[in-house]
Design a protein around this ligand. Structure first.
Ligand code: COA
Length: 177
């Protein structure tokens, strides 16, 4: 596919990615077609309490986008616009899955533009088969032993299984007969 934007364009794709899903990968791939360089940046100081450490989340994303040469992955903390300036990014990429995402994304995009007028937010729609997906749902399914193969790459599924196996409480509950 040919590039739609002239050379030298850099984008950052921020999020919590706890864990990365096929929906995120879909957005990242679309961004990689539009920009010369895309850095997926993993927020480590959000108000969320992630299941996976920043390092684990970066590792899972790196594996998921392996082979796409213009995508890099790293952690970030602090204000997103400061990070964007440091990376000399022209744009922030965000996925827009449904109307319900709009208000929050609109607020965040305008706030970021207020903080730094040179950085715009570009919204990309993942494939419709991923519109209902988020990381909380994936964690919830995995926590109760459900199959997440359709939502995350195999290596993420294994990490989820390991995480919840390690975290299983020794609560002495009786097994059903
Ligand atoms: N496929 C699947 N799920 C998707 C998705 C896609 N394409 N796009 C978004 N989601 C899900 C995410 O998994 C996440 O799910 P969760 O809430 O269950 O974890 C949810 O939609 C949205 O979260 P995410 O995309 O991770 O963004 P976020 O809202 O957690 O992170 C930051 C927002 C990190 C970008 C923002 O808080 C930030 O910029 N922080 C830095 C501080 C700052 O500058 N603040 C001012 C910003 S105005």
């Amino acid at each position: 596919m040919s590039k739609l934007i002239t050379s030298g364009r850099t984008a950052i794709y921020p999020g919590t990615f706890d864990p990365v899903t096929y929906g995120h990968v879909d957005v990242a791939k679309r961004a990689a077609e539009l920009f010369d360089r895309v850095t997926i940046c993993v927020a480590v100081n959000t108000t969320k309490t992630p299941l996976f450490s920043g390092k684990e989340r970066v590792g899972m994303i790196e594996e998921a986008v392996k082979g796409i040469e213009n995508i890099g992955v790293e952690e970030f903390e602090g204000l997103l616009v400061d990070y964007a300036l440091k990376k000399k990014a022209n744009a922030i990429v965000r996925g827009l899955r449904a109307v319900s995402d709009f208000e929050y994304e609109f607020q965040m995009a305008l706030t970021n533009r207020k903080l730094c007028k040179n950085i715009d937010t570009v919204f990309l729609m993942p494939h419709e088969k991923y519109t209902y997906l988020n990381s909380t749902i994936v964690r919830e399914i995995a926590r109760f032993g459900g199959d997440v193969s359709e939502f995350v790459p195999e290596h993420v599924k294994i990490k989820l299984t390991d995480k919840f196996r390690d975290a299983k409480p020794e609560d002495g509950r009786k097994q059903p007969r």
